[in-house]
Design a protein around this ligand. Structure first.
Ligand SMILES: Nc1ncnc2c1ncn2[C@@H]1O[C@H](COP(=O)(O)OP(=O)(O)OP(=O)(O)O)[C@@H](O)[C@H]1O
Length: 345
């Protein structure tokens, strides 16, 4: 890659990841699979980005490309100023990943030995990192288990150890794949706090992949939703929720009149006597009110339905919702002034 292009791709100083138009085609005896088909992903310091998509969407492949584990067929990847294929050592020093949960820890080693090992990979003397080990163990709630052999830990504790092994490496960029898997409610809340703290106080950049939409909603500044190897939507979390918030209303009736059969042109869902109705715009809301009057319905209360990220995700990635997804993507790009690097997919 030409130096000028690289400079462009490296972007601003706080850019920790710039992946532009990444493509990965796996070739095997069964033929070709395009796992990633031109995805771009940026992460800056202090930012938490959610990477969402259904099974097989290409998330893990993209992450492995960014880590330099899988070689992309096409595209540019820069990790904290280093190309993971041209300068693997420099890139490796900047990024740590929690992939496939607890499978990346050494089950015969104790919790502390695991941490020393991973600190050693970062070039530090394992015997000199005990203070930091204690701090990391405190943060993930494993202090009491420091001398326990990893294989004797519960599933949730193994997950915490896996996170601790990522944190001990002290890298500016972190990839966390399904970090809440197996965690109880309290541990999940602690993990969310820790992710937010890492971004806000330590200015790290994090990419979080999860099917746990509560966690994604609570910790992510932005989300990128992929399907079939392509980006279907990217947006700031607030804007994504807002985009869906304005279109759905919950009505309570004093009198329902003929309303159950009179709202055919709207998307409706009854919950007992309550009605959720989705309208595309303000004009349609006005039409809805007219229609309700025509049905002799008396509305007792009307409120906007809080958008559920899980439902938004399904709507966007559902095959029948492709148009909605594309529309959403266009709206989002139109309004996303921060996303100006020319790396839209
Ligand atoms: N090593 C490989 N060789 C061939 N095909 C692969 C390989 N790894 C992944 N794939 C295929 O690439 C596609 C994307 O897989 P990937 O694991 O990246 O998806 P994912 O979004 O991480 O899914 P999940 O949420 O289930 O982890 C799938 O069709 C998968 O079968």
């Amino acid at each position: 890659m030409a130096q000028t292009e690289r400079k462009q791709a490296t972007g601003t100083d706080d850019s920790l990841l710039r992946a532009a138009q990444v493509r990965k085609v796996y070739r095997g005896s069964a033929g070709e699979i395009t796992a990633v088909d031109g995805i771009s992903l940026d992460v800056s310091s202090g930012e938490v980005v959610g990477l969402l998509g259904p099974n097989g969407a290409g998330k893990t492949t993209l992450i492995k490309c960014c880590l330099g584990i899988v070689s992309p067929t096409d595209g540019e990847i820069i990790v904290n100023g280093a190309d993971p294929f041209d300068s693997p050592r420099a890139a490796y020093r900047s990024v740590a990943a929690m992939l496939e949960g607890a499978r990346n820890v050494y089950w015969r080693l104790t919790v502390r030995e695991n941490l020393r090992f991973f600190a050693g990979l970062q070039g530090r003397r394992p015997t000199k990192v005990d203070g930091q080990c204690d701090r990391v163990l405190r943060r993930v709630g494993l202090t009491e288990k420091a001398d326990e052999v990893a294989r004797n830990l519960s599933r949730g504790m193994k997950q915490k150890l896996s996170l601790a092994c990522v944190l001990i490496r002290d890298t500016p960029l972190l990839f966390l794949d399904e970090p809440t898997l197996g965690l109880d409610v309290e541990a999940k809340e602690d993990l969310k706090d820790e992710i937010t703290r890492l971004a806000d106080e330590e200015h790290r950049g994090l990419v979080v992949c999860s099917h746990d939409m509560d966690t994604i909603r609570d910790v992510c500044d932005r989300v990128v939703i992929v399907n079939d190897g392509r980006v279907v939507t990217r947006n700031k979390m607030d804007a994504l929720l807002d985009a869906f918030q304005t279109s759905a209303y919950r009505l309570e009736f004093a009198e329902t009149g003929d309303v159950r059969s009179g709202l055919d042109s709207f998307r409706t869902e009854w919950h007992g006597e309550r009605l959720d109705v989705t309208v595309p715009d303000n004009k349609a809301l006005y039409n809805l009110m007219e229609q309700l009057r025509a049905c002799d319905a008396v509305v007792d209360s009307i409120e906007t339905v809080q958008p559920d990220l899980g439902e938004i995700f399904l709507e966007i990635t559902d095959e029948t919702g492709q148009t909605a997804g594309r529309q959403c993507e266009r709206d989002i790009f139109d309004g996303d002034a921060d996303y100006t690097a020319g790396v839209k997919s």
